[in-house]
Design a protein around this ligand. Structure first.
Ligand code: ASP
Length: 355
């Protein structure tokens, strides 16, 4: 973990006030972590051969002068990473910084700029570990800042707009992207290239933001933030080792056996359909469960949910089902649940049925 962290550019948390708009405006902290929104390419037509996370937060904000009429913004460069390389240590730094800032009366909300690749994982981690009703809104971009029709500036303006609205309080962590507002629990990246890259399959967006207007069309049902029992402090010194394996035609038990030998505490399966698992892999997972490894069935399908199979399989094998969480979010919840001391399949199933 230390080696991973050392490769990050974590700045000294310098806070600079970039706008001095009226005190009546909401006071929003923008925490930058890198990603394509902070990416730059050699020319404006290049939207794939760029370097992520090389443009500083000051430059990102300067590209959106109209922010000054929306919020009183202060900025911090928390990291400068391509989010494919997101590290658990950086999650801890980010969550702790968010909680520290939100504790302050002079901060009304937070916007986090992030890469799109793991945005849904970071958002869900924060959804479960931020302890505040104040808005926390993640945003990102599919095109680097240097691109023709870069989507970052408008996404940033919209995210700050959402973070400054009273209606966004108490909704948990939000993602503002391409004019839509999503719940951190539901949102997933669904395109490798399109600017409309984030959706909440099955359940849809929470609302929208356009031209300074924000409208929420539904609420968030499951507990989060202040109502979540999970704390980032529980994983600050050590994360339980939880990995993901797939199920597919011709799958073998090699990966599961290697993970068990490595001392993994949990395995999330990206199963087929309703989280079904190739018989060969299932046998290996059942043996792992018998040794105390937490086994969570999720689905590789991309929408829908995974139902428990009842006494004949899940109960007998000691498996847990992920419901509507995709494998990557299921891994986040499983790590937090294990770190909080939940250990039995029954207790862990209760966690998955609740958060
Ligand atoms: N690789 C980039 C990242 O996640 C992709 C993006 O931001 O769109 O940081």
């Amino acid at each position: 973990m230390a080696a991973t962290c050392a490769s990050l550019t974590i700045a000294a948390m310098n806070t600079s006030t970039l706008t001095s708009a009226s005190r009546a405006l909401p006071r929003i902290a923008v925490l930058a972590t890198g990603g394509t929104i902070a990416g730059a390419a050699p020319d404006a037509t290049n939207t794939s051969g760029y370097q992520a996370g090389v443009v500083g937060v000051g430059q990102l904000l300067a590209a959106v002068p109209s922010l000054a009429s929306v919020a009183n913004v202060q900025a911090e460069q928390v990291a400068s990473v391509d989010s494919k390389d997101m590290a658990l240590a950086l999650w801890v730094t980010l969550a702790q910084r968010v909680n520290t800032l939100l504790d302050r009366d002079e901060i009304d909300g937070i916007v986090i700029t992030h890469g799109t690749d793991t945005l849904e994982e970071t958002a869900y981690l924060l959804h479960l570990t931020v302890k505040s009703d104040k808005p926390v809104v993640l945003t990102a971009a599919m095109r680097p800042s240097s691109a023709l029709s870069a989507d970052g500036p408008l996404n940033l303006l919209n995210a700050v707009t959402v973070a400054g609205k009273d209606e966004a309080r108490g909704q948990g962590v939000l993602v503002a992207f391409n004019n839509r507002i999503h719940s951190a629990r539901d949102v997933v990246k669904t395109s490798t290239y399109a600017v409309d890259a984030f959706h909440s399959p099955e359940i849809g967006a929470l609302g929208w933001v356009q031209d300074g207007r924000v409208e929420f069309q539904r609420g968030v049902v499951r507990p989060h933030t202040n109502a979540s029992p999970f704390a980032i402090g529980s994983v600050a010194s050590a994360w339980p080792l939880v990995e993901i394996v797939g199920s597919y035609a011709g799958a073998s038990r090699v990966a599961v056996d290697a993970l068990v030998a490595a001392g993994v505490k949990g395995i999330v399966v990206a199963g087929t359909g309703n989280g079904s698992i190739h018989a060969t892999v299932q046998t290996a997972l059942a043996e792992a469960a018998a040794k105390g490894v937490a086994i969570v069935r999720s689905s590789r399908v991309g929408s829908g949910h995974v139902m428990r199979n009842g006494a004949a399989s899940d109960d007998a094998l000691g498996f847990i089902t992920a419901g509507a969480l995709n494998p990557y979010k299921a891994r986040v919840l499983l790590m937090l649940a294990l770190a909080s001391g939940q250990a039995t399949p029954v207790a862990l199933q209760q966690v998955f049925d609740t958060y």
